[in-house]
Write a protein that binds this ligand. Structure first.
Ligand code: TXA
Ligand code: MG
Length: 341
């Protein structure tokens, strides 16, 4: 009988279990034994391993197909853990911690020796995040160790905001997914680098520049273009990429004309837009992103997934740069490979 040994070795049964005490116990046992568990957070689902176990951390990169030079975030359930993970916490960093942790923020600090370099991809800094979602905190508490976790998607794909989305990417690769329902925030945490003289937002998120400005003396968004000098290696990789062509329409008119031309060319397009604009599309295919920043943020990844599954062209409305829309647009621009029509 012919079979691919390599494949057989890697195919494992993936269970999806409701977030409850027995599941946390099982999950913690897997983490402590060096295995991987996907878990819900308020931003997106994470793919967790014991951050202090090099082999376990390496298996995250394998399961995701993630480039080795892209560092992982370390997740905690209690602020007291920060002292053993970071070498120093400046006054400004402490102000951020006090204002936004637990929550949708990752704070990059100088790392201590306890965190292996495979977590930080060789960097002397470490991203620390304390999720706010109760199921995440429970899971992390049961684990009792800092948990390294990227988003639980295959590298380059859209981050998962439900257990079902995790299952589709991670089936056969990991033993357990904790199902904690859908993620309330919907896009990944704001990453703030506090290791340099001036704090910098490396990745925008639901905690916006303006919110951070209220807390820090100075903060700026990363604007560099030279990818070889990027402070956050993740910035140079293709991300959030739907399986089908994806474009951003600068105006509603350009969305409609691009849509109508695509139909003439035999395509099956869909327009992603805010509730307020749905009626203007008449009977064209549409996905409703919601009527405000919070809703659009929560719905964007699921909508991109619906788009790639049901259609062969996604046309997304330009949402502008006001507040959290700037963070959502950051993801959409990457999903569209910067393609505006
Ligand atoms: O909301 C989130 O942050 C989710 C949930 C699961 O917590 N996690 C997440 O992880 O989005 P990931 O690995 O998909 O994205 C982490 C980002 C990457 O762009 C990475 O390059 C950056 O954070 N990063 C991590 N450690 C860093 C460090 N020491 N210095 C600079 N950037 C870092
Ligand atoms: Mg990710």
């Amino acid at each position: 009988m012919f079979f691919d040994k390599q494949k057989v070795k890697h195919m494992i049964e993936t269970l999806v279990k409701k977030a409850q005490q027995s599941t946390y116990e099982e999950a913690a046992a897997i983490i402590q034994a060096g295995g991987l568990v996907a878990f819900p957070t308020e931003t997106v689902y994470g793919l967790g391993a014991n951050a202090l176990d090099k082999n376990a951390v390496e298996s995250i990169f394998i399961a995701k197909g993630r480039p080795q030079d892209n560092p992982l975030i370390v997740h905690i359930y209690d602020k007291s853990q920060i002292n053993s993970i970071a070498r120093e916490v400046s006054q400004q960093a402490q102000a951020l911690i006090d204002a936004f942790m637990p929550g949708a923020i990752t704070i990059v600090l100088k790392k201590s020796d306890t965190i292996p370099y495979c977590v930080t991809a060789g960097l002397d800094s470490v991203g620390i995040r304390m999720p706010d979602k109760a199921e995440a905190r429970e899971f992390l508490k049961y684990c009792g160790v800092p948990v390294a976790a990227p988003s639980a998607n295959i590298s380059t794909k859209i981050s998962p905001t439900s257990a079902d989305f995790v299952y589709r990417d991670m089936k056969g690769r990991i033993p357990l997914i904790i199902d904690g329902g859908s993620c309330e925030v919907g896009i990944e945490s704001t990453v703030v680098d506090m290791t340099a003289d001036k704090p910098v937002i490396l990745r925008p998120g639901a905690i916006t520049l303006d919110m951070i400005k209220d807390v820090l003396d100075s903060i700026e968004s990363f604007k560099g273009k030279d990818v070889s000098k990027l402070p956050s290696p993740g910035m140079k990789y293709r991300h959030y990429a739907p399986q089908c062509e994806t474009v951003i329409a600068d105006t509603l008119d350009s969305a409609l004309s691009y849509y109508d031309k695509a139909v003439k060319d035999g395509k099956n397009p869909v327009i992603l837009c805010k509730t307020q604009n749905i009626a203007l599309l008449e009977n064209r295919n549409s996905i409703n992103l919601g009527c405000n920043g919070t809703e659009v943020c929560k719905n964007i990844y699921q909508s991109l997934r619906e788009g790639e599954e049901g259609f062969d062209l996604i046309i997304c409305e330009n949402l502008g740069q006001e507040g959290v829309y700037a963070s959502v647009m950051n993801r959409i621009i990457k999903a569209a490979g910067g393609n505006f029509v």
